[in-house]
Ligand binder design. Structure first.
Ligand SMILES: O=C(O)CCC(=O)C(=O)O
Ligand SMILES: [Fe+2]
Length: 331
C-alpha cells in the first residue's frame, strides 16, 4: 500500500482499534470512506503502463432531456433465462439497456458534477483516486431520471422477485487514471439493511475495456459461503488477499469482461465482486444505484462499513423500517 494511503487509512480508522472491530459508526463523509476503502485492495503486480483509451462513442445526435425521460421509462423485457442466471450467479450483465445518446448525456453530466464538486479536472487531471458523489438525484433532473427510472427499477424488482423496490442511494463513481483495484467484497457489508433483497444497477457512462477496470464477479452466488469465516481487516489488504486466494484454490469462476455502451450489470448484495485498476488515461465513470425490497428495516447494529448511511435513510433509528422520503418506491 502506498505510504500516503496507509497514513490516510490510519487516520480514518483509529490506529488502536482492533483490526476487525467495525462495530462503530463511520464518522466521516462517503468520499473519505472511498479513500479508505481502496487502500484495502492488493495491487502488487497489477500496475501496467497507462494506456490511452478514449471512450469511443459513435457520432449520434444527442437526445433531449424529454427524449431520455421517454426512453428510460419503457420496460425492458427479461426472459426466464435472465431470471435463472441472476438467481444462480447473483449478477447479470444486460446489453442495450440505454441508448448511446443517453449514455453520452449521462457522462457529460457526471463529468460536470464531479469536476465542480471536487474542483478538479477529470479524464486525466485527477490521478489515482476513487471519487464519489451521492444523493445527486435530489437536485439534478437528468440524473434523477436515471436513478428513478422505471426501466431499471422494474428489472431490479423482477430479478429480486419482489413486488416493489425502494431506492437506497445513487452513487456517481469515478475511478481515476492510475487508481488501483477495488477490493473483493460483497455489498451486504455496506448496506445497513436487514434483508437479502438488495440489488445494485451499475451503469457505466462509457464503454469499459478491460484496461479500465470493469466490475468483475465471482460465481455462482453461493461462493460467499466459501469465505464467510474470513475476518474483515480495516487496516490492510489481508481480507482482499485471502478472498483471492480462496477463490483461486477452489477454482471459482470469475467473470471479468468489458462493458459495451448501454450495457448495465445488476448484482445481488451477496455477490462477491472486485474491479481491476484503471490503467487508461480516462476516468471510469459509473452511476451505481441500489434498491431494496419495500418493507425492509435498518439493521439493529449498522457498522462502519456501512459508511454514512444516515445520509440515505435520514431520521431512522437502527431496527426501524427504511422508508423515508429519500427512499421512494421506484417500482
Ligand atoms: O465501481 C467499483 O469499482 C466498485 C463498485 C461496487 O462495488 C458496487 O457498486 O457495488
Ligand atoms: Fe460493491
Amino acid at each position: 500500500m502506498k505510504q500516503k494511503h496507509r497514513k490516510r487509512a490510519e487516520v480514518l480508522t483509529g490506529k488502536n482499534a482492533l483490526q476487525s472491530d467495525i462495530n462503530q459508526p463511520w464518522e466521516q463523509d462517503n468520499q473519505a470512506w472511498w479513500d479508505w476503502y481502496v487502500t484495502l485492495a492488493e495491487n502488487n503486480g497489477t500496475q501496467r503502463a497507462k494506456l490511452c483509451v478514449r471512450p469511443e462513442f459513435p457520432s449520434v445526435e444527442l437526445p433531449t432531456d424529454d427524449e431520455i425521460f421517454e426512453e428510460i421509462k419503457k420496460p425492458f423485457l427479461l426472459n426466464r433465462q435472465n431470471l435463472e442466471q441472476f438467481r444462480r450467479d447473483g449478477f447479470i450483465k444486460l446489453k442495450n439497456i440505454f441508448s448511446t445518446g443517453a449514455i453520452i448525456r449521462l457522462r457529460n453530466e457526471a463529468l460536470k458534477l464531479l469536476a465542480e464538486f471536487y474542483n478538479t479536472k477529470l479524464d486525466g487531471g485527477e490521478q489515482d483516486r476513487f471519487l464519489s458523489l451521492e444523493m445527486v438525484w435530489l437536485n439534478n433532473p437528468l440524473i434523477r431520471s436515471f436513478v428513478l427510472s422505471k426501466r431499471i427499477a422494474k428489472i431490479c424488482a423482477e430479478l429480486l422477485n419482489v413486488r416493489n423496490v425502494r431506492l437506497y442511494h445513487d452513487n456517481i463513481l469515478s475511478k481515476e487514471p492510475g487508481c488501483g483495484r477495488t477490493p473483493w467484497h460483497y455489498d451486504d457489508h455496506h448496506f445497513p439493511l436487514a434483508t437479502d433483497d438488495v440489488i445494485t444497477a451499475w451503469i457505466p457512462a462509457q464503454p469499459i475495456p478491460l484496461e479500465m477496470g470493469p466490475l468483475t464477479f465471482a460465481k455462482p452466488l453461493n461462493v460467499f459461503e466459501l469465505v464467510k469465516s474470513i475476518k474483515f481487516n480495516k487496516f490492510d489488504t489481508s481480507y482482499d488477499r485471502q478472498i483471492s486466494q480462496i477463490f483461486l484454490e477452489n477454482q471459482v469462476s470469475i467473470e471479468e469482461s468489458a462493458f459495451a455502451i448501454g450495457e448495465v450489470s445488476f448484482h445481488h448484495n451477496r455477490s462477491f465482486h472486485t474491479a481491476g485498476p484503471n490503467n487508461t488515461n480516462q476516468s471510469r465513470i459509473v452511476l451505481a444505484t441500489t434498491y431494496y425490497a419495500d418493507g425492509a428495516r435498518v439493521l439493529k447494529q449498522p457498522t462502519m462499513v456501512s459508511g454514512d448511511w444516515q445520509k440515505f435513510i435520514p431520521n431512522t433509528a437502527p431496527g426501524d423500517p427504511a422508508a423515508t422520503e429519500y427512499n421512494p418506491i421506484c417500482w
